[in-house]
Design a protein around this ligand. Structure first.
Ligand SMILES: NC(=O)c1ccc[n+]([C@@H]2O[C@H](COP(=O)([O-])OP(=O)(O)OC[C@H]3O[C@@H](n4cnc5c(N)ncnc54)[C@H](OP(=O)(O)O)[C@@H]3O)[C@@H](O)[C@H]2O)c1
Length: 210
């Protein structure tokens, strides 16, 4: 981790220190690992600090079954419950390669849009600004209770859409099909794994199966 941090201009710290490290904290670990985070991780972190959940629940491919989510809790609602703190859902529906390579200045034709869902107006506004700063058009994805619209397999999931198309895709999602969309997405990932593995050897930033 220290070597990777040096390569990308970051500083590697412990999980506990990472939670206290800034105004915006991004949880970027497998969903199942969220349950293993220290219990009081955010206890002394000011409430003004924004926590972003970029995770996606992949029960068959990686995370194992999480009953609460299987019974209707949304992915990010479960994460918020685990860490005892509200989260903003963002960046879960763009692949790492696009996030790394496809950001462009505001106003550029074809700029990819990213949706941001959450309950706090101020926290969501901070993340919408971050999306813009990183080179993507920010789109308000509603409250956290709307965040299913950007979960795995939904029409707005990892399609690198422009703002108008992303809004349409968010609107056309069907809540009754969350599990079905997720299963379809997992099947697509499983199907692509051999090709991704080959691509990953050519591009160190693209790792298989994500
Ligand atoms: N990759 C993408 O394109 C992409 C796009 C959107 C969303 N996501 C979602 O983002 C999340 C992370 O994905 P990823 O691709 O970054 O996964 P990853 O490459 O497997 O990285 C996971 C990271 O989490 C760390 N980790 C694992 N268990 C941990 C624990 N108990 N406590 C602290 N850290 C732990 C790992 O550390 P070690 O290496 O030390 O184990 C590793 O640094 C997933 O939910 C994924 O679905 C990924």
């Amino acid at each position: 981790m220290t070597a990777l941090a040096a390569e990308i201009g970051a500083t590697a710290v412990s999980v506990v220190d990472a939670a206290k490290a800034g105004e915006i904290i991004i949880i970027a670990i497998p969903t199942k690992a969220v349950a293993d985070l220290p219990r009081a991780l955010f206890a002394n972190v000011p409430s003004s600090v924004v926590v972003i959940d970029i995770g996606n629940y992949h029960p068959e491919l990686r995370d194992g079954r999480i009953d609460a989510i299987d019974h209707g809790m949304l992915d990010s609602q479960w994460v918020a419950q685990q860490i005892g703190r509200p989260v903003i859902k963002a960046f879960n529906n763009i692949l790492a390669k696009s996030l790394l390579e496809k950001g462009v200045p505001r106003g550029t034709k074809g700029r990819i849009a990213l949706s941001v869902a959450g309950d706090s107006f101020d926290a969501k506004a901070a993340v919408l600004r971050l999306v813009d700063d990183l080179g993507f058009d920010p789109v308000d994805g509603g409250d956290l209770d709307d965040s299913w619209r950007q979960q795995p397999g939904m029409p707005a999931y990892c399609k690198d859409l422009e703002a108008a198309a992303l809004r349409r895709a968010l609107a056309e999602a069907d809540r009754s099909r969350i599990a079905e969309y997720r299963a379809e997405q997992e099947a697509r990932i499983a199907d692509r794994r051999p090709r991704l593995a080959a691509d990953a050897s050519a591009c160190p930033h693209l790792r298989a199966g994500r």
